[in-house]
Design a protein around this ligand. Structure first.
Ligand code: 13P
Ligand code: SF4
Length: 324
């Protein structure tokens, strides 16, 4: 097993206490995505999916936002709070979807469809957001696409699995950018079918970033929050979960008597961890809060242009009661 290099001499218990102290001292809002390690989720002021986190960032009124998530999420928080210091514990915490869609290539792609509007999944860089008409997350993507008339021509970027899923269930024909999430796209139908055979009493729940063949097998498809709510309200006792390992922490907290089985990527562990999300550790979180860096920096021009499609998403979501 890979040995982790320690960055401090503190134990995890000490780090947790230190983080709590700095949080109070510095008027920090600590936001964490469901894919963070359990210790970080438990320290956060708010844990959620991309939609909930964007909404919380939009409502914030603090001196510092610390984003325990990945780069595009912290960028979104900065765009919504240009005057606030936004920190990310590790700037290397990227995303395969955001990286699949570089701005020059996307600009050329977009030029081929001059009469199309652009709906971009929030998992993209701030530069791609500046080229988009509206942003969506997995928590509102279907409703958001449906809010535009059926004859509207749409480019959907960068996740072809999510875009394909929306096309199938809405009967649309959106043009799709060819990007995938490496964490969800890797999940195989073979592994899932074997788990289903071994656990005939379990329901399969899947994130829409999974391949079409996986989604077809699922009893329920939804964003991270939607899957969590499904397991809270549904009467099954066992679930096969086709997404990232981190969500199991909240599922187990909310339904301690139910059983959750993550779909593994291979035989070496019963896990499916996002390598970018898991770059954040307690030590990096502590150091980032103590030193107030690394900080997210964006030009005023990018902030101004990227803010519009994000605000549009939040407004539409509010009208549809998808966020509070
Ligand atoms: P949600 O948080 O919208 O469920 O998306 C999952 C994901 O992959 C975030 O990077
Ligand atoms: Fe990106 Fe996938 Fe990781 Fe989410 S889980 S940050 S979409 S690589």
């Amino acid at each position: 097993m890979k040995k982790e290099i320690r960055l401090t001499n503190y134990s995890d218990k000490e780090l947790i206490e230190l983080i709590k102290e700095i949080k109070k001292q510095k008027n920090v809002l600590l936001l964490a995505h469901f894919y963070q390690i359990p210790e970080i989720q438990d320290l956060a002021d708010y844990v959620g999916d991309s939609l909930g986190l964007a909404q919380k960032a939009a409502q914030s009124n603090v001196d510092i936002i610390v984003f325990a998530g990945v780069h595009f999420m912290a960028e979104t928080a900065k765009i919504l709070n240009p005057k606030t210091k936004v920190l990310l514990p590790d700037l290397e915490a990227g995303c395969s979807l955001a990286e699949s869609c570089p701005k020059d290539k996307f600009s050329d792609f977009k030029a081929n469809y001059p009469d199309h509007m652009v709906i971009s999944y929030i998992n993209c860089s701030a530069d791609i957001k500046t080229m988009s008409d509206v942003i969506c997350t997995s928590g509102n993507a279907v409703q958001l696409v449906e809010s535009f008339s059926k004859d509207k021509k749409i480019i959907f970027a960068p996740d072809k699995n999510l875009g394909g899923y929306i096309n199938r269930i809405t009967g649309r024909n959106m043009v799709l950018w060819d990007g995938t999430c490496e964490v969800h796209d890797i999940l195989s139908t073979e592994t899932i079918i074997n788990l289903k055979i071994e656990n005939t009493d379990a329901k399969l729940i899947a994130h829409p970033e999974c391949k079409a063949a996986v989604l077809e097998l699922a009893d329920y498809v939804g964003s991270t929050t939607a899957m969590l709510n499904f397991t809270k309200n549904d009467d099954s006792q066992k679930y096969i979960v086709a997404t990232e390992t981190g969500i199991l922490h909240q599922m187990r907290k909310n339904s301690p008597n139910k059983e959750f089985i993550i779909v593994p990527t291979d035989e070496t562990c019963s896990c499916n961890d996002c390598p970018y999300m898991k770059l954040n550790t307690l030590e990096k979180l502590y150091l980032c809060m103590k030193n107030e860096k690394p900080e997210i920096k964006l030009s005023d021009q990018v902030i101004k242009m990227a803010e519009k499609p994000i605000r549009k998403m939040l407004d539409i979501s509010k009208k549809m009661n998808l966020v509070k």
